[in-house]
Write a protein that binds this ligand. Structure first.
Ligand code: ADP
Ligand code: MG
Length: 141
């Protein structure tokens, strides 16, 4: 049973995806975990750029595919941006300190979070992104 009612959003360009994410994160408290689900190029990283902007973080946001975790501090709460794409085994989550990040009083946004969803809190929010045209994305949360 979920208390979270899903809404479907349609984005027509990257800027709109960022702006949807910016508005969305304004309602979210510290401790929220977002699992970003969608194929390569669906817009997960673009969405996180909007999350960071919505928190008031002014720095650069880039894909953590190779570093696994990026920390963006200085906004309303810290944003921990993770990408599970290259992770293969659950013990790698301990190496990156996942549980510490989940408890660190920030907001976690995790690309490919569904790969290890059993390691995420049950009240995580799934954000599903689907490319429906070259510049169009369906985004559901
Ligand atoms: P992912 O992290 O899911 O692999 P990225 O956010 O890195 O995807 O890349 C999304 C790509 O799709 C970018 O090149 C972006 O410019 C492009 N794009 C086109 N239209 C959109 C849109 N409406 N929303 C987000 N990205 C879009
Ligand atoms: Mg990405």
């Amino acid at each position: 049973m979920s208390e979270h009612l899903r809404t479907r959003h349609v984005s027509g360009d990257p800027e709109m995806t960022r702006s949807l994410a910016s508005s969305f994160i304004r309602e979210l408290p510290a401790g929220t975990v977002l699992s970003l689900v969608g194929d390569l190029g669906a817009g997960k990283t673009e969405f996180v750029k909007g999350l960071a902007a919505g928190l008031g973080y002014a720095g650069e946001v880039t894909s953590p595919t190779f570093t696994i975790v990026h920390e963006y501090r200085g906004g309303r709460v810290p944003l921990f941006h993770m990408d599970f794409y290259r992770l293969q085994r659950a013990h790698e989550l301990d190496e990156i300190g996942l549980d510490e990040y989940l408890r660190a009083g920030g907001i976690c946004a995790i690309e490919w979070g569904e790969k290890f969803s059993d390691r995420l809190p049950i009240d995580k929010i799934d954000v599903l992104l689907v490319a429906t045209d070259v510049n169009q994305r369906e985004i559901v949360w």
